[in-house]
Design a protein around this ligand. Sequence first.
Ligand code: S3P
Length: 176
Amino acid sequence: MYQHIVLIGMMGVGKTTVGRLLARKLGRPFLDTDQEIVKREGRSIEAIFAVSGEEGFRQIETGVLQSLLEMPQPTVIATGGGIVLREENRALLRQLGYTIWLQLDAARLVERLAHSQPQMRPLLFREDWPQVVATLMKQRQGLYQTVADYSVAVAAKSPLQIVQEICQIVRVLERG
Ligand code: S3P
C-alpha cells in the first residue's frame, strides 16, 4: 500500500503552508483536515466549537481522519494541532503513512500566532492565550513524539527549506 505524508505539530507551526508546497513539489494532492471539516460540515471551526464544543469538534475530526484511509492516491495531509489527543486518532495517523512532526519552541509559536488569522483556533480566544499555547505544547509533546516517524525543527528555516528536508526524509523512509 502507498503511504500518505502526514504533517503534525502545534498550531502556528506552518503545517498548511509547508504541506501545500510539499504537495506541489511532489505532484500530489493536498488536504488539510481543518479545511475538510469546514467543507463537510458547512460551518466554520469557530461555529463548531461554539455549538458543539471541543468534544463535538474532536468527534468530527476523527470521522474525517477515518475517511482519509479511503483516499485513492498518495496525498500530503496537514492536520489540526490537537489531532494527536485521541488514542484512536494516533492509531489512524500511524496507518495513514509517514508522519512528520514540525517542531518550534513556544516563544516563536506565540510570535507567529500573534500575526495569524485567529478564527480557526477557538482554543486561543482568551486573554492569556500565550500561556495556553505553552500549556498545550507541554501536554502534547509526548503525543506528537509517539506518533512521529520523524521530526523537523522549523526555526530559522524557510518553508522551501523545510520542504526539501521533508523530501529527503521521505526518500530515506521509502527506501525502508
Ligand atoms: C487545534 C488546532 C487547529 C484546529 C482547532 C484545534 C488544536 O488547527 O484544528 O482550532 O487543538 O491545536 P491548526 O493546528 O491548523 O491551527
